[in-house]
Design a protein around this ligand. Structure first.
Ligand SMILES: Cc1cc2nc3c(=O)[nH]c(=O)nc-3n(C[C@H](O)[C@H](O)[C@H](O)COP(=O)(O)OP(=O)(O)OC[C@H]3O[C@@H](n4cnc5c(N)ncnc54)[C@H](O)[C@@H]3O)c2cc1C
Length: 442
């Protein structure tokens, strides 16, 4: 077996792995990222289909100055070429559509639109302010149970359900109340989000090129076979090289972006880990499945709006965006409009994946009669298991450090409180690298 060494190895080039590599590289470390697939990015990349840049997962990418993603790009001088769509949000309820005011601050307006009664809306808004700035509810009840205390208005619950499923990945009855408010706080503090102008894959290439310029490396088609552990400390990894040969990379720091379960497997199984860690890993271990439907049309399905449409009037269909309308000329061939819609199971824990994907498509047709006939469908996918919407539900993230010294997890399986999706993966990288920096200083 051939050998080499690095200061740190990152297993997997998802947004969490790449942001961790960027931060470590910016600290002066030589980092090797090994990725089993031919492309970097995992669920934050794209593939070309019929001339369109179709996402492998995420569409809405945080990009404001406080975003852990932006900070990782900035740390290594990588360009983040985005179209800013902050505030371009429309919510669809049974009785109509509500557009958030572009300047922000639309939460009260949305609630009033849903409830149709100013006094009731003011009362509920007051409770929400209290939860944000005075007594934040604990995670002992769901956000659905929290709402049930204060209102029986069905439409406002539909609004919150759409918000939770589309922006937090699971449902009103599955998200702990405290986590809901932590997310609301995190995502409202000056945050901006956008669409990658040339697809998420271009973002990953930009980060990868910056890492290479600074002496680190991103190697695709290099699967990690095992994580090496001696006397409770990580010592490196064994990877499969592009010629199929095994190769050992020695490193005192290993960050796994493969998900906490896979990390345990790669490191030799449960017996290598302290029991409380495994107990936490096995408790509340469900992932959050998601449905992805992408299709092309000769016209945009919505003429008067080019932002994010969140649905609170369906069982499964939760979100629609028209990337070609948001970024004309970069996402699809001239005269063609790429549309991407997402669906979520009504119960993340007991999803009927085929049935609920079919219903996502039926609800697309219900909302836009004739679309099934008119559109050319490029993707109709069920994401769960190794390629889920989120590796663990909002509020149930694992810690980034592990009982094995020098071994960390980064990615959306370790979402820090109040974070979701790509931002959670990048934020987990920020936490892990801060721990590593603290360790090397002490
Ligand atoms: C359909 C869909 C829509 C979504 N929409 C949004 C959205 O709009 N906004 C948002 O913020 N988030 C969204 N998300 C969630 C977001 O995509 C993920 O939270 C985020 O991309 C996860 O990143 P990660 O760092 O955890 O790694 P992943 O993307 O899971 O990447 C892990 C990488 O590790 C590699 N790997 C695995 N095992 C090995 C091994 N043994 N050796 C080497 N490499 C290995 C994999 O090939 C992969 O590239 C969506 C997800 C899906 C599926």
């Amino acid at each position: 077996m051939s050998y080499e060494s690095a200061d740190a190895v990152v297993i997997g080039s998802g947004i969490g792995g790449m942001c961790a590599a960027a931060r470590l590289t910016a600290m002066g470390m030589k980092v090797i990222v090994v990725e089993k697939s031919p492309y970097p990015g995992g669920r934050c990349s794209h593939r070309e289909r019929e001339g369109c840049l179709v996402t492998t997962g995420a569409l809405m990418i945080p990009m404001g100055p406080d975003s852990a993603i932006r900070q990782a790009f900035d740390a290594v001088g990588a360009e983040m070429d985005m179209v800013d769509i902050t505030g371009r949000m429309r919510y669809r309820l049974n009785h109509g559509d509500y557009d958030l005011p572009p300047g922000g601050g639309g939460l009260y307006g949305m609630i009033e639109f849903a409830m149709g009664d100013e006094t009731e809306a003011r009362a509920l808004f007051g409770r929400i302010r209290d939860a944000l700035f005075n007594w934040m509810p604990l995670d002992t009840i769901s956000i659905r149970e929290w709402l049930d205390q204060y209102t029986d208005n069905v439409e406002v619950k539909n609004l919150f359900q759409g918000y939770c499923a589309a922006l937090m990945g699971t449902n009103l009855h599955e998200i702990p109340a405290g986590e809901f408010f932590r997310f609301l706080k995190y995502s409202s503090k000056g945050s901006r989000f956008g669409l990658a102008r040339h697809g998420n894959g271009a973002l990953m290439e930009s980060l990868s090129a910056a890492l290479t310029r600074l002496g680190s490396e991103v190697r695709c088609q290099r699967g990690c076979k095992s994580i090496l552990v001696e006397n409770g400390r990580v010592t490196g990894v064994v990877i499969s090289d592009n010629n199929g040969q095994e190769r050992r990379i020695e490193a005192g720091i290993v960050l796994s972006n493969t998900g906490p379960d896979k990390t345990v497997e790669l490191a030799g199984g449960e017996q290598q880990f302290e029991r409380s860690y495994i107990a936490r890993l096995r408790r509340d271990a469900a992932d959050a499945p998601i449905f992805h439907v992408s299709f092309v049309m000769d016209r945009p399905l919505i003429e008067d709006f080019d932002g994010c449409l969140v649905f609170g009037n369906n069982r499964n269909l939760i979100y629609l965006e028209i990337p070609s309308a948001i970024s004309p000329g970069t996402i699809s061939p001239a005269g063609k409009y790429l549309h991407t819609a997402y669906g979520a199971p009504a119960n993340a824990a007991e999803a009927d994946l085929p049935g609920e994907l079919a219903n996502t498509l039926a609800e697309l047709e219900k909302n836009f009669p004739g679309v099934t006939e008119e559109a050319q469908f490029l993707v109709k996918a069920k994401h769960s298991g190794l390629f889920p919407g989120m590796r663990r539900w909002a509020g149930y993230g694992m810690p980034v450090n592990t009982p094995i010294s020098g071994l960390y997890n980064v990615g959306d399986g370790c979402a820090p409180p109040g974070t979701i999706g790509t931002e959670s993966a990048a934020a987990s990288a920020r936490v892990a690298v801060e721990m590593i920096a603290g360790r090397s200083l002490s």
